[in-house]
Design a protein around this ligand. Structure first.
Ligand code: PLP
Ligand code: COI
Length: 341
């Protein structure tokens, strides 16, 4: 299989059209068989549910080339399960979890020429998504849906790779207390566009969102969960019902405990305790683990002792172990690695 002529090591996190995508349509209460297609364009009603009332959700996952040349995905069953949760909350039909995993494999295989080589620093990002495609004008769920998966090769999510990030505490909320923060609804990301654009304009890399009810506790950023390391080496992550249950974060907590022998804690994390932590990182499929050097709360700077030059030592161990598992250098827990070929 000849790879595409792409400068893998200099890829950013952008969209490059690949050859095949999976499409399945839901009509008259049932999903069709679905197929791989070449056309990347979508035609639908001007009154489609997704266009009028944002009835859409998505997933994000990656395919990796391992050290021994296999192509694998990481815990795709958890993406399939989370997409089911998202669909149920948005009154969308569930795409069967086994078919979801099968379709992901088909898309990766069909675009093998775009799967970045081992050691290039790039991966194939996979984007499953679903939307209401039939007309709705009264506020109600659509009758027809499309489920699609495309793939695109990507590099690091944050420019500068592993340079520690500067994050500001946002005045906006990303979720409501009993809203949709825990699912991967497109609307959660639409609301984050104004805060992220203004954050970038003001020189920050990302926003830290607080709990929408009391605005005293740390939630997450627009696209990643937080991990903190205490001065005595414990791994702490915020517990909240309005953050997205990151698959990367759940995996890292297990890696910390079982591979690194660290104590782990999922609990409420108050903004005013941030200065006690030794390290901070963002974790997610796109973010992997990106170190945070500084959080700025309305002019007050909270600088982590790990500094602005390097990833903190515990964060680095977590990063090395997780990516080692994903790239096949370290033995994975049972069921974590799904071999495509
Ligand atoms: N939080 C948000 C809001 C996200 O969009 C993502 C990305 O999927 C994550 C966290 C990280 O989740 P995961 O590790 O499952 O990619
Ligand atoms: C992912 O990490 O897969 C996401 O969906 C986050 C998004 C901000 C790119």
């Amino acid at each position: 299989m000849e790879k595409k002529n792409i400068d893998w090591s200099n890829l950013g996190f952008g969209y490059i059209e690949t050859e095949k995508r999976f499409v399945s349509n839901y009509k008259n209460g049932a999903w069709d068989e679905g197929a791989l297609v070449s056309d990347s364009m979508i035609t639908m009603s001007e009154c489609a549910g997704v266009l009028q009332y944002a009835q859409t959700c998505f997933e994000g996952m990656k395919a990796y080339t391992t050290e021994d040349g296999r192509i694998v995905t990481f815990r795709p069953d958890l993406n399939a399960a989370r997409m089911e949760d998202s669909c149920k909350r948005l009154q969308m039909p569930v795409f069967p979890q086994d078919k979801f995993i099968e379709a992901v494999s088909k898309v990766v295989e069909a675009n093998e020429a775009y799967v970045p080589p081992y050691g290039s620093g790039a991966t194939l990002y996979i984007r499953p998504y679903m939307f209401g495609s039939s007309p709705v004008i009264g506020v109600k769920p659509a009758d027809e849906y499309q489920f699609r998966i495309f793939a695109t090769p990507v590099g690091p999510y944050f420019k500068g790779g592993v340079k520690p990030l500067t994050i500001r505490v946002s005045d906006f909320d990303r979720a409501a207390p009993n809203g949709t923060g825990h699912i991967k609804a497109g609307l959660n990301y639409a609301m984050s566009l104004y805060p992220i654009v203004t954050a970038h304009e003001e020189g920050y890399d990302e926003n830290m969102y607080l709990d929408p009810k009391t605005r005293t506790k740390v939630e997450e950023t627009g696209g990643a969960n937080f991990l903190f390391i205490t001065k005595d080496g414990k791994v702490v992550t915020p517990k909240s019902s309005s953050i997205l249950p990151s698959i990367t974060r759940r995996s890292l907590m297990q890696v910390a405990k079982d591979y690194l022998g660290l104590e782990v804690e999922e609990r409420e994390v108050y903004l005013d305790e941030l200065e006690n932590f030794a390290e901070c990182g963002l974790c997610g499929t796109a973010a992997v683990i990106s170190p945070v050097g500084k959080v700025v709360d309305h002019g007050k700077e909270i600088c982590f002792p790990s500094g602005m030059n390097d990833m903190g030592p515990v964060t680095k161990k977590l990063y090395d172990t997780l990516t080692g598992i994903q790239m096949g250098r370290i033995e994975a827990p049972e069921g974590w690695i799904h071999v495509i070929k």
